[in-house]
Design a protein around this ligand. Structure first.
Ligand SMILES: NC(=O)C1=CN([C@@H]2O[C@H](COP(=O)(O)OP(=O)(O)OC[C@H]3O[C@@H](n4cnc5c(N)ncnc54)[C@H](OP(=O)(O)O)[C@@H]3O)[C@@H](O)[C@H]2O)C=CC1
Ligand SMILES: O=C([O-])CC(=O)C(=O)O
Length: 254
């Protein structure tokens, strides 16, 4: 599978490092970033090609990884799908915009292309997807991050946000994509709390789901990426695992 990547920051660096060290179906060849130097640095590590615009890789790839920003989803994903190519989206918060999401779903169907959304920095999506076969009655996400991850400075633990996911992704576009992933998985605009906590040094996501299946609670205490403390290492790992699973004939989990 020939892969291009849009956004050459923390997640792209972890994916590239993995591809260089491990045997897999992922042939990472093309790199794009609005900062050409970042694309060139990763391309030279991976013996790939830095491109000046996404169109320059479109006819040469099977799949593009979006690991840039919510704006990049709106700017770039429609063209990828129009070219009939698959896309893996990390900046999932963009899809809380119902208009953009249905445009992306329609383009994927019309062009026989796939949109992949990895579980990212949370655990439990397997059970939540299974639970959605029955009735889900409530879903709540409580995210606690250290001040540096939220780009603020404070000595006090504080509730920064309480509301639904669609507003949370507008207020914290680079910090709470997981709320969008969760909302899409259970087809609800889930309840979200974001807490800044100087006492934690991990990005912590706690999910509680209730439904006719019973109740589940997951807590993920994520190590942060060295290149970007907002982002958890598990998010990059989930993208790698999803890409690897595309060529596997033996699947486990929902
Ligand atoms: N689904 C999930 O669970 C998670 C999702 N994420 C999301 O994944 C994305 C990537 O994360 P991460 O690697 O940590 O981010 P980084 O900021 O480390 O890297 C992103 C890179 O993409 C560039 N970029 C942003 N917008 C564009 C654009 N429109 N066109 C071209 N390049 C662009 C950035 O440039 P610049 O520095 O100039 O902005 C930066 O170089 C983010 O949106 C993040 O919020 C992160 C963690 C978990
Ligand atoms: O990586 C994380 O812990 C979560 C995150 O930033 C996001 O969902 O945008």
């Amino acid at each position: 599978m020939i892969v291009g990547i849009v956004g050459c920051g923390a997640i792209a660096n972890i994916i590239t490092g993995y591809v260089l060290e491990e045997d897999s179906n992922i042939q990472l060849r093309f790199f794009y970033d609005r900062d050409l130097e970042k694309a060139e640095n990763l391309a030279s590590m991976a013996d790939g090609i830095a491109v000046l615009k996404v169109e320059d890789m479109l006819d040469k790839v099977d799949l593009i990884i979006e690991a840039a920003s919510p704006e990049a989803v709106a700017e770039i994903v429609p063209d990828i799908l129009k070219a009939g190519k698959d896309v893996l989206i990390m900046s999932v918060g963009a899809l809380m915009d119902k208009g953009l999401r249905s445009k992306i779903e329609d383009l994927a169907t019309k062009n026989n292309a796939n949109v992949y959304i990895p579980s990212g920095a949370i655990v439990g999506l397997d059970g939540i997807k299974a639970a959605s076969i029955g009735e889900i009655t409530s879903v709540k996400l409580v995210t606690r991050k250290p001040p540096r991850s939220l780009g603020i400075s404070t000595d006090e633990k504080k509730l920064l946000y309480k509301g639904n996911a669609s507003e949370a992704v507008k207020k914290f576009p680079l910090n709470i994509n997981v709320a969008a992933t969760l909302s899409i998985a259970c087809d609800m605009d889930v309840e979200v709390e974001i807490i800044v906590d100087p006492k934690v040094d991990r990005n912590v996501h706690e999910i509680t789901v209730k439904g006719d299946f019973g109740e589940l609670k997951t807590i993920t205490e994520n190590v942060r990426c060295s290149l970007n403390p907002k982002t958890s290492v598990l998010a990059a790992y989930s993208a790698i695992k999803l890409l690897k699973s595309l060529s596997e004939n033996f699947k486990v989990g929902t």
